[in-house]
Structure formats: structure tokens, C-alpha cells
Ligand binder design. Structure first.
Ligand SMILES: Cc1cc2nc3c(=O)[nH]c(=O)nc-3n(C[C@H](O)[C@H](O)[C@H](O)COP(=O)(O)O)c2cc1C
Length: 183
């Protein structure tokens, strides 16, 4: 066991073993434009009320935009959208040239070919060390019959392959409840 406080690089490497999806979280700027950032810290928080969160670096050039905006949209990327992920992982992406999107009900950009989009009202911002934790209430969402999701593991993109063994992830009652809860 390693003391988590000692080696930031080793900690980052260890955290990278947790496989995630990839999202682009978009919002509207005060000037009336669109902005967005690639995020894999997205997670669900609560179903009733429907809450989600993501973490944004306090060094992000988009922090002020997300702090000011009343809404944000989380676009869950599908496999094949790696270039889009890289594009929105660059500082200050303010050109949307060539990016296919439409505006959601609350003005945020909903990206074409994303598997799912969650339109959220920002509810809370909590401090989280060198990140802030933004919590949003899901107001609207949509899913499309997409191919596979884009996944991120150890600094590389990949995708998800369904287990064909037939083993169900429900060895006991509490976990079964959890699995049916989250579908
Ligand atoms: C796959 C992936 C996941 C990322 N997840 C996050 C995240 O959850 N939070 C965050 O602040 N930055 C995350 N980043 C980094 C930001 O996308 C990147 O630092 C940001 O776009 C830089 O521009 P900015 O300074 O304008 O924010 C991620 C990058 C990649 C490639």
C-alpha cells in the first residue's frame, strides 16, 4: 500500500485504472456563445431528485463560464468520437467550426452522435481540492441507439464489450437491488 499523499504521479497512475466513459460538458457563455470541456469525472448522484455531477479543474479557463451559467449539458460520447474528445480537451476551445450540434431547451449544445445527453440546471458547486464539484439536476435527457460508448482507461481510449459468459452481477439481495435500481 502506498501513502496517497506522497507521489502524485503514482496516484494519477493508480486512478487511471478506473475505467470511465467520456463526456463533453457544454454550457453557454455570458457573451451568448457555446463552450465545452472533455470530462470523465461525470457520475450519477441521485435518482429522486435526479442529480448528476462532474468535477472541473480550478485551473480551467472555463470555470467562470460554468460558475455563471444556470444550465449545462452532459454529452456522453460514443466510440468514434475520440477526435471530438481531444478537441474539447484543449484549453479555450472557442471555435465550434465543423462541430455538429443543436441547442437544447436551455440553450446548451447537444452534440450529434452522442449516446446520451443530459440537460441540467446547475444546483450546487462544492470545493474539491484542485477541482470544483458541479452538481446539476437533470431536466431533460435523450438517448439514441448508438453503437458502443467511448471508454477511457490508463490514458487511452477504448470501448466496452459486453460479457458473454452469462454470469449476472447480482450475487446477493442488496446488490440485486442496486443493479435493478440502476438498470
Ligand atoms: C478523457 C479526458 C477526460 C478529462 N476529464 C476531465 C475532468 O473530469 N475534469 C477536468 O477538469 N478536466 C478533464 N480533462 C481535461 C480537460 O478536458 C482539459 O484540461 C481542458 O479542456 C483544458 O481546457 P480548459 O483550460 O479551457 O478547461 C479530461 C481530458 C480528457 C482527454
Amino acid at each position: 500500500m502506498q501513502d496517497a499523499g506522497l507521489d502524485v504521479r503514482a496516484l494519477r497512475h493508480a486512478l487511471g485504472h478506473y475505467t470511465t466513459g467520456v463526456t463533453i460538458v457544454t454550457t453557454c457563455t455570458a457573451a451568448g456563445g457555446h463552450t465545452g470541456v472533455t470530462v470523465n469525472s461525470f457520475t450519477s448522484v441521485s435518482l429522486e431528485p435526479p442529480l448528476v455531477l462532474f468535477c472541473l479543474s480550478t485551473r480551467s479557463s472555463l470555470l467562470a463560464a460554468f460558475e455563471q451559467a444556470s444550465h449545462f449539458a452532459v454529452n456522453v460520447l460514443s466510440t468514434g468520437q475520440q477526435a471530438l474528445s481531444n478537441r474539447f480537451a484543449k484549453p479555450s476551445v472557442n471555435t465550434w467550426e465543423g462541430v455538429k450540434y443543436r441547442c437544447g431547451a436551455h440553450g446548451c449544445a447537444l452534440l450529434a452522435d452522442a449516446i446520451t445527453a443530459f440537460e441540467c440546471a446547475r444546483r450546487s458547486i462544492y470545493p474539491g481540492g484542485d477541482h470544483v464539484i458541479l452538481v446539476g439536476e437533470v431536466l431533460r435527457f435523450e438517448t439514441v441507439a448508438a453503437p458502443a460508448p467511448l471508454a477511457f482507461y490508463q490514458g487511452s481510449y477504448g470501448t466496452f464489450t459486453r460479457d458473454q459468459s452469462g454470469v449476472k452481477p447480482a450475487p446477493d439481495g442488496s446488490l440485486a437491488d442496486f443493479v435493478s435500481y440502476w438498470g
